[in-house]
Design a protein around this ligand. Structure first.
Ligand SMILES: [Ca+2]
Ligand SMILES: [Ca+2]
Length: 140
């Protein structure tokens, strides 16, 4: 299974993440880091990810996102996209979207408080939708 791993780090110890890293994995194996071009294309993704406030102090990597799409029918349009917010090997919380009728739009958005502000609300759904939209542009 392929997934995008996203790591945010607060290297300047300013209380918020200042560094983002994007890595591509396949079957739990690191394949490569994102290219400069991909990093540019992921800039809106990154802005939304930073709003989730799921980051590490210094150069830590324990907290990260693993994001992947599932397309069991293999028709090029994913049936679901999943977001696993990890704390090391443990999934701390997750979100998912599902396309029930295969029209490319995701009718179902399942998420909790993905931006860690203490409220599970429409803003969290907006963040998930934005992350999914930008993730799919990369096509991993
Ligand atoms: Ca649909
Ligand atoms: Ca929230």
């Amino acid at each position: 299974m392929r997934y995008l791993k996203v790591i945010a780090q607060d290297r300047s110890d300013g209380g918020a993440a200042d560094t983002l890293r994007f890595q591509f994995f396949e079957d739990e194996q690191w394949k490569r880091d994102a290219t400069d071009d991909e990093i540019r294309r992921l800039s809106t993704f990154g802005t939304n990810y930073l709003k989730c406030r799921w980051f590490n102090a210094g150069e830590g990597e324990e907290r990260h996102l693993r994001m992947f799409s599932l397309n069991p029918t293999g028709d090029g349009s994913p049936e679901s996209v999943r977001l696993h917010f990890h704390e090391g090997p443990i999934i701390a919380y997750k979100a998912a979207v599902h396309d029930l009728d295969n029209d490319g739009a995701f009718e179902i958005v399942l998420c909790s408080d993905v931006d860690n502000d203490g409220h599970a609300d429409r803003t969290d759904r907006t963040r998930v939708n934005a992350l999914v939209r930008e993730f799919l542009k990369i096509g991993w």
